[in-house]
Write a protein that binds this ligand. Structure first.
Ligand SMILES: [Zn+2]
Length: 321
């Protein structure tokens, strides 16, 4: 018989070894689990709270930051006319960073920040580095002095040229990196991926719009200046004198004169506004109304900047062929 431990002792030893391993494995798993839990808790609590003022900036920011930040939005209606609620002040109170368009698009944002307990919150102006154009649209349609003063204001609708959107994405990326340097690499990689999608979108728009024979259109409000400039289109007039306000009869008669003078055949309405005036003009002057989305609002659960711009391309191919 071989020397060594008797069989029952050997079994006991094996059981001890096995249970020892089992204990170690359980302990390791338990320890790991505890660690993971701690880390998750830290991540949830440690995520920066970021607010984008309106839809396209919300969409750009989520493309770059994914779930590394808590992201919220203030203006779900067009930011030019939005009012705010106590809930919006609460959002500002908790924010580590506010991302705005700038160029006067969000007139009540400063008021909102002043009303909050977070007056020194960092605000990233995404228009930095964009070459501004004058507010277009209503240029030839009225003469009175008051209105001419408005022409000195730059057009805030920069995001409708994807080349400007790319500058805005880079500004958001830089603001996020400054806020949360630990995730810098993540933000850089995501913004690169997204910028290549925007370059593709711009190329597709450029090629397909260049091929259209009609170039003139009437916009609902003066949103499409940068878009028209980029793709060789001509926003000959706008229906709304001021965003969110019914145009005056004098203003509408100027628009009608412009329509007759230019022979423009297409009016674009916007999904978030009543097409009543556009429809009435179209009926009287034998024009066709098509919906064109200025990407100022969107359903954050299903819309995206790229998707809306692609839908707009389909509309333009129908309207200006
Ligand atoms: Zn607008």
């Amino acid at each position: 018989m071989a020397k060594g431990n008797p069989p029952h002792k050997r079994i006991t030893k094996q059981i001890l070894i096995i249970s020892g391993f089992a204990f170690l494995i359980t302990a390791a798993a338990f320890g790991l689990n505890v660690l993971t839990q701690d880390k998750n808790e830290l991540e949830i609590d440690g995520k920066p709270n970021v607010i984008a003022t309106f839809f396209p900036l919300y969409d750009f920011t989520r493309e770059i930051a994914g779930d590394r930040i808590n992201l919220d939005i203030i203006f779900t209606q067009t930011p030019e006319v939005s009012s705010f609620s106590p809930n919006d002040i609460e959002k500002i109170n908790k924010a580590h960073l506010v991302i705005k368009n700038g160029i006067g698009l969000e007139p009540i944002l400063d008021e909102l920040i002043l009303a909050s307990d977070n007056k020194d919150v960092t605000v990233a102006d995404t228009s930095e580095g964009v070459i501004f154009a004058e507010n277009p649209g209503d240029i030839e349609t009225h003469e009175d002095e008051d209105r001419h003063q408005d022409h000195g204001l730059a057009d805030p609708h920069i995001w409708l040229n994807p080349q400007n959107a790319i500058i805005q994405v880079k500004n958001i990326r830089d603001a996020l990196i400054q806020l949360d340097p630990e995730n810098a690499q993540f933000y850089r990689e995501n913004s690169e991926t997204y910028i290549s999608k925007l370059i593709e979108l711009d190329q597709r728009l450029y090629i397909e719009i260049s091929a259209l024979s009609e170039k003139d259109f009437i916009a609902f409000h003066s949103a499409f200046g940068y878009f028209a400039q980029r793709y060789g289109l001509n926003q000959v007039a706008v229906i709304e004198e001021f965003p969110g306000k019914e145009p005056s009869p004098k203003y509408i008669s100027d628009v009608i004169r412009t329509i007759k003078e230019t022979g423009v055949k297409v009016i674009f309405s916007e999904p978030q506004f009543s097409p009543r005036i556009a429809d009435a003009l179209a009926k009287d002057l034998n024009l066709t109304v098509y919906p064109l989305n200025p990407v100022e609002t969107g359903d954050i659960s299903r819309d995206s900047y790229v998707k809306i711009m692609e839908d707009n391309l389909l509309t333009l191919k129908n309207a200006l062929r």
